[in-house]
Design a protein around this ligand. Structure first.
Ligand SMILES: Nc1ncnc2c1ncn2[C@@H]1O[C@H](COP(=O)(O)OP(=O)(O)OP(=O)(O)O)[C@@H](O)[C@H]1O
Ligand SMILES: [Mg+2]
Length: 279
C-alpha cells in the first residue's frame, strides 16, 4: 500500500508550493489516473512516489510517503526503482541504449539480475508488451507508441509492484493511446501491478481507471471513482477540466427525469442509454 501523509513540496527557488497537504492511500492493485491543468503538481507528485523528490531534486519537503512501510524519502531511490518503477514524461531522456533489447537489458544488468534470469525476463516483457518484433530495432527509428512500449517494458523487466507513468500518451494518436491503456489494464488485472498514470485525456481515464485524482495548485481537488465524477461535474468545470460529453449528457437527462439509469462514462454506455430512452 502507498500511504501519503501531509505531503508538501516547494522547489528550491520556487515561489509557491508545488504540492500542498496531500493525503491519500492507494491500495495494492489499484489503477489510479491523475489529471489536472498544467502546473497542478502532477509530475511533482509522481516524483514523490519514487523518491526522486526529495532525494534528487532539492527543495522543502514536508510530510511522508511510504510504500509498504518503506519511506521513499529515505530509502535509496536507485534501489527503490525495483519496487516503484517510473516512466518519465520525457522518455527520450530516460532511454540509454540505441537498440531495444539493450535498453531492457540495461536496468537488469545494473541491478545485478543473474544472466539466465535476464534472458527470461527480456523474453517475457517483450511478449507482455506485444513487441517481440522490435527486439533488434534501433530505438531512434521507432514510432512514439513503440517507444512508449519499450520504455514500459524496460521498467517492467525490473518487476516493480507499482508502475508510475507521466503522460505516456501525450504525443500519441488516439489509437496508440488506447493501446497503452489496454496494456496497462492487462498488467493490472493479470499481474496485480498497481498502476498510477498521469493523463490529460479524461475519456481514457473514465474508461480504464479504478480511481481518479484531480490535482489543482498542489492540492487534491477530487478523488473518487470515474462514476463519482458525475456528481462533481461543476467542480471539474471550475477546475478547467472537461468531463466527457457523454457523462454531461447523461447527467442532464437524469436530472430532467428523462432517464432513470446510471450516468454514462463511455460512448458504448451512452449508446445503450439512448437505445433505452428511445424504447
Ligand atoms: N525544477 C523546478 N523548479 C522550480 N519550480 C518547479 C520545478 N518543476 C516544477 N516547478 C513548479 O512546480 C509546480 C508544479 O509543477 P509540475 O511539473 O509538477 O506540474 P504538472 O502538473 O506536472 O504540469 P504539466 O501538466 O505541465 O506537466 C509548477 O508551478 C511548476 O512551475
Ligand atoms: Mg507534468
Amino acid at each position: 500500500m502507498i500511504s501519503v501523509k501531509n505531503l508538501g513540496f516547494v522547489y528550491q527557488g520556487g515561489k509557491s508550493a508545488a504540492l500542498d497537504g496531500i493525503n491519500i492511500e492507494i491500495a495494492d492493485g489499484d489503477f489510479v489516473g491523475i489529471t489536472g491543468t498544467s502546473g497542478a503538481g502532477k509530475t511533482t507528485f509522481t516524483f514523490a512516489l519514487s523518491g526522486i523528490i526529495p532525494q534528487k531534486i532539492k527543495g522543502d519537503f514536508y510530510g511522508a510517503v511510504t510504500v509498504d512501510g518503506v519511506d521513499t524519502a529515505v530509502h535509496p531511490a536507485e534501489e527503490f526503482a525495483r519496487k516503484v518503477g517510473q516512466v518519465f514524461q520525457d522518455i527520450d531522456s530516460q532511454m540509454v541504449a540505441s537498440v531495444v533489447e539493450d535498453e531492457i537489458l540495461f536496468g537488469l544488468e545494473n541491478f545485478g539480475v543473474p544472466y539466465e534470469e535476464i534472458a527470461k525476463r527480456v523474453d517475457r516483457v517483450l511478449k507482455d508488451l506485444g513487441i517481440e518484433d522490435l527486439r533488434d530495432r534501433e530505438i531512434e527509428g521507432l514510432s512514439g507508441g513503440q517507444k512508449q512500449k519499450v520504455a514500459i517494458a524496460s521498467i517492467l523487466a525490473l518487476e516493480p509492484e507499482v508502475i508510475v507513468l507521466d503522460e505516456p500518451t501525450g504525443e500519441l494518436d488516439p489509437e496508440s493511446s488506447r493501446e497503452i491503456f489496454k496494456i496497462l489494464t492487462d498488467l493490472n488485472r493479470e499481474k496485480g501491478i498497481t498502476v498510477i498514470i498521469v493523463e490529460q485525456k479524461i475519456m481514457l481515464l473514465c474508461e480504464y481507471v479504478k480511481h481518479m485524482m484531480v490535482l489543482d495548485k498542489g492540492k487534491i481537488a477530487f478523488y473518487g471513482t470515474p462514476g463519482d465524477m458525475a456528481s462533481s461535474i461543476d467542480t471539474f468545470k471550475d477546475l478547467g477540466i472537461n468531463v466527457p460529453r457523454v457523462t454531461e449528457l447523461s447527467a442532464s437527462l437524469i436530472s430532467e427525469k428523462i432517464y432513470d439509469g446510471e450516468v454514462t462514462l463511455t460512448v458504448d454506455e451512452a449508446e445503450k442509454m439512448v437505445r433505452r430512452i428511445l424504447k
